[in-house]
Design a binder for this molecule. Structure first.
Ligand SMILES: Cc1cc2nc3c(=O)[nH]c(=O)nc-3n(C[C@H](O)[C@H](O)[C@H](O)COP(=O)(O)OP(=O)(O)OC[C@H]3O[C@@H](n4cnc5c(N)ncnc54)[C@H](O)[C@@H]3O)c2cc1C
Length: 385
């Protein structure tokens, strides 16, 4: 089967690429095909924290994320050992928490409603780019495409095929869902608050423990997890679940009473490659944010940049994608990814207790300034064009 633009993966980056293509060049709509190996609603391990930029990008696409079941947190805490910085965003929630099975299903339906074909339950096995096009082999037959978009996530086949020898920077992540409250502690005061605690950094876990309010099928729950960028992987570290167990215990929960799930997150480093002729990558396949492993807004943002690159390439009739990385680096998305990479090198490698204490408890105005200038609000620049 012939298709001009074949997108491998129907997560936020693949769906956003299709939605932006339709917005920028409606005549391309029936020339796009998305292949997704699972069937919606499919599980995706993720805490589901949507930041302001994710909602801004969806809004610019004419989509309203409040249609998806969600829990809003009015406040976010960035703590070191249970005390630190408290953030609120004027006149709105600080973070919205969705479940990825529901969110991705909703986004896929919106994409289909705009005329894009999604084939579910089709696994891409191999891609072979040539000067004439890309042969895409799947468990259900072959496709020929002029352009392939690799939106198949952190462990995706597309990136592994086109850059088999490149270094891969990944974070380790564990996640647990528990009831909203502990019978022993109550924890009602945590109801509308999302917590990030960086106490494991001095123990060489270059990341944090989180807990967010969430819901599962309408029932209030709490999502917990531990994130480690692996930036201190050459040092002696405790087992990844230890700090998570410690934090849960402090708040009256027993980690061992719940199912623990893990998944890597590939993060953005300036060295990460993004394209070869006829194939470009989006979302985790290029890299998510390294500081938090925040990747939903980032994946949605990649879709905007990739769609612009594709539309221009089709206009020129030239598919080298030589300019894609440059376009990415110059965008608001590229700038925040670079800034976050730089900040992560500082906050996680200066791992001493006194530094972490200083950072999260004393230098609060500096942290807020850096966050507001370099970390949040990046999508504004990309949505102006
Ligand atoms: C534990 C954990 C917690 C997280 N918490 C947050 C959070 O709170 N907030 C946040 O912003 N980010 C979070 N993230 C990161 C976020 O989940 C990712 O950055 C985001 O999902 C990236 O989107 P994507 O579209 O690039 O990839 P994915 O969401 O991984 O989508 C890839 C899609 O490709 C499909 N696919 C894969 N291989 C093939 C194939 N061969 N053929 C066809 N289809 C294929 C998959 O089924 C999937 O649907 C978290 C990640 C983890 C692991």
């Amino acid at each position: 089967m012939e298709k001009d633009i074949l997108i491998i993966g129907g997560g936020p980056s693949g769906l956003s690429t299709a939605l932006h293509l339709v917005k920028l060049a409606p005549h391309l709509t029936d020339r796009i095909l998305i292949l997704e190996k699972e069937k919606y609603p499919r599980l995706k391990l993720c805490a589901g924290g949507l930041v302001l930029d994710a909602e801004n990008i969806l809004q610019a696409l004419g989509l309203d994320a409040s249609e998806v079941p969600h829990v809003d947190s009015e406040t976010i805490h960035f703590d070191f050992a249970a005390k630190g910085l408290k953030i609120r965003v004027p006149k709105r929630h600080a973070i919205r928490v969705i479940r990825r099975d529901e969110f991705d299903h909703w986004l896929a339906k919106k994409t289909e409603e705009r005329g894009v074909e999604i084939r579910q339950g089709v696994t891409v096995k191999k891609i072979t780019p040539s000067e004439q096009g890309v042969l895409v082999e799947t468990d259900q037959g072959n496709f020929n495409a002029a352009i392939v978009v690799g939106a198949d996530g952190s462990n995706g086949m597309t990136r592994r095929s086109i850059f088999p020898k490149d270094p891969v920077y990944t974070a380790r992540v564990l996640e647990v869902i528990s009831p909203a409250y502990s019978p022993a502690h109550g924890n009602q005061e945590r109801e509308h608050t999302a917590y990030f605690d960086f106490f494991p950094v001095p123990e060489n876990i270059a990341g944090y423990v989180w807990d967010f309010p969430t819901q599962v099928h309408g029932i209030p729950m709490r999502c917990w997890g531990v994130y480690d960028t692996n930036l201190l992987a050459d040092q002696k570290r405790p087992a990844l679940k230890d700090p998570l167990a410690k934090e849960m215990k402090r708040l009256g929960f027993d980690l061992n009473a719940h199912e623990i799930k893990g998944h890597p997150i590939r993060w953005y480093s300036p060295q990460n490659k993004a394209a070869i002729p006829r194939v470009l990558l989006v979302g985790d396949a290029v890299g998510a944010d390294v500081i938090f492993g925040e990747g939903i807004s980032i994946a949605l943002g990649y879709g905007n940049i990739a769609a612009r690159e594709i539309v221009e390439s089709l206009r020129r009739g030239e598919f080298s994608f030589r300019g894609y990385k440059r376009r990415l680096v110059r965008s608001g998305l590229g700038q925040t990814l670079f800034a976050r990479w730089l900040v992560a090198q500082i906050i996680y490698t200066l791992k001493w207790r006194w530094f972490q204490f200083l950072l999260w408890r004393i230098l609060q105005p500096v942290v807020i300034f850096v966050a507001w200038t370099f970390i949040l609000n990046w999508s504004k620049k990309d949505l102006q064009h």
